[in-house]
Design a protein around this ligand. Structure first.
Ligand code: GDP
Length: 298
């Protein structure tokens, strides 16, 4: 991911390096090129506009400092602003004062929620936690079984509705799952929820009902970074319909343009907490805005 964007930005900034002084025209030309590179990478227009405006303002107002030449200063500004749109500081998970901490996963079908549940559970174990998974995606055939497989691989228990009991009520399953976690002294509960292929009112209501019933510490919106501009609309719909406290980007290993990854924080105001970059349980990490910015800028 970001290969094309990264190449473009690196070469735009590289062009500045030989220059002793930067004129306003140089800064304008650089900003134009950065703008095109970001738009071609599917970054939301609103985000691009704000980003470019900030860079222009800071680059034009920058004092020539002893240590950095003008080109280096612009590079530094672009880097800092990129870290800014990615969220600035690394945001850690909020944990409940009285365990279990409930973390609800929401997003469209295929975004990677179930896979993420396993990844997050495995990672939480390495951090000394004792997570449990709760299967509340009762819409998609096989979703419960898939979560059970993922749980087994991660080595964590999965609470699921008993087979043969019909489809079951996801709110009820969520409630009972948390009771079970409390009884068995799991300190974190990950609640997997249903995702449809598109945004729909029923899905939103169900997610909201689960949220109201279990009062999660975190609602993580899981979004496929490969879906481009659409990701921003989906994120906005989930923000309005369910509300979330953090974002997880998945499929960062893809070769798509990745604009979603760069837009979702700015558009929703919620931080990106984790990133998923492959199908294996290990392909997962805490999201660090500064590292991501460095990767993009080469
Ligand atoms: P859900 O419907 O949101 O629960 O999505 P799933 O967890 O079932 O994932 C949908 C598909 O995406 C599966 O084939 C996963 O193996 C795949 N997948 C999930 N996360 C990643 C990722 O980070 N990278 C890649 N390449 N594939 C992923």
């Amino acid at each position: 991911m970001f290969n094309t964007l990264s190449d473009r930005l690196t070469s735009v900034l590289q062009n500045l390096r030989g220059k002793g002084r930067l004129s306003e025209a140089d800064i304008d030309a650089t900003c134009r090129e950065i703008r095109v590179a970001l738009l071609e990478a599917d970054v939301a227009l609103l985000v691009v506009r704000t980003f470019i405006a900030k860079i222009k303002e800071r680059a034009k107002g920058a004092e020539v400092s002893g240590a950095l030449n003008p080109a280096q200063q612009v590079i530094k500004i672009v880097n800092e602003e990129l870290v800014g749109i990615l969220g600035g500081e690394t945001r850690r998970l909020n944990l409940a004062k009285n365990p279990p901490t409930v973390i609800m996963l929401a997003g469209l079908q295929g975004a990677g929620k179930t896979t993420l549940a396993g990844k997050l559970a495995k990672w939480l174990k390495t951090q000394g936690h004792t997570p449990m998974l709760v299967a509340c995606d009762l819409q998609r055939p096989n979703a419960v079984t898939q979560l059970q497989v993922v749980g087994e691989r991660a080595g964590v228990p999965v609470f699921a509705p008993e087979p043969g009991n019909g489809v079951g009520n996801p709110v009820d399953v969520a409630r009972r799952g948390i009771e079970e976690a409390r009884r068995a002294q799991h300190d974190i509960v990950l609640v997997d929820t249903a995702g449809r292929l598109g945004i729909d009112a029923e899905l939103m209501q169900q997610a909201k009902d689960i949220r109201d019933a279990v009062q999660p510490e975190e609602v993580l919106f899981v979004v496929d970074a490969m879906v481009g501009q659409d990701a921003v609309n989906t994120a906005q719909a989930f923000a309005d319909g369910v509300g979330f406290t953090g974002v997880v980007l998945t499929k960062l290993d893809g070769d798509a343009r990745g604009g979603a990854a760069l837009s979702v924080r700015e558009v929703t105001g919620q931080p990106i907490l984790f990133a998923s970059n492959g199908e294996k349980l290990e392909d997962f990490d805490v999201f660090h805005p500064d590292r991501m910015a460095s990767r993009i800028l080469g």
